[in-house]
Design a protein. Structure first.
Length: 179
């Protein structure tokens, strides 16, 4: 995929982090640059501004940054999906597999109403586990997922294909070949 939004210059790559052999795509440098951050949020706003949406579901933690800004710009609610034990009140949770273990995320039980139309957002899609867990949470609350989105796709890790195979439309701004 090309880089139609010209965002790659703002995303730094950190080699061998968090473990040897990984080329970590760090969006911190993107959000630290006001123009790049605005271009990123605006790209999502323009994509979804004509949709009838009820909420943006953002994934812990970088999905909060873009999801909150997007929800604000669209005038709709923001729903956080957090790591287990971080939300007060009644929650539902889903466990999912990581490369080396298991994790769990949760959402408030009253975050969505049946039929709410949502977009799920995160910064990056690698193996797709966290995003697919969020899909399960939204479906448990009987929300309707119009699309999932992220800034970066790492297609060689097959997460984006898993999301599409689960029947969830997916939009990303750019991709990086390799790991």
């Amino acid at each position: 995929m090309s880089d139609p939004y010209n965002l790659k210059p703002y995303i730094r790559t950190i080699s061998n982090w968090p473990i040897d052999g990984v080329e970590f795509r760090d969006i911190t440098s993107l959000i630290e640059n006001p123009l790049a951050f605005r271009k990123t949020v605006d790209a999502f706003v323009h994509r979804y501004m004509s949709e009838k949406l009820d909420a943006i579901v953002g994934l812990d933690a970088r999905g909060f940054i873009f999801g909150g800004a997007l929800a604000y710009a669209l005038g709709i609610s923001f729903v956080p999906v957090r790591k287990k034990g971080k939300l007060p009140g009644d929650t539902i949770s889903v466990k999912y597999e990581l490369e080396y273990g298991q994790a769990e995320v949760e959402m408030h039980t009253d975050a969505l109403k049946e039929g709410d139309k949502v977009i799920i957002i995160d910064d990056l899609i690698a193996t797709g586990g966290t995003l697919l867990a969020a899909v399960q949470l939204v479906k448990q609350l009987k929300g309707e997922i119009l699309e999932a989105c992220a800034i970066i796709d790492l297609p060689d890790l097959n997460g984006s294909q898993k999301i599409k195979d689960a029947g969830v439309p997916l939009f990303t701004l750019l991709d990086y070949e390799g790991h």
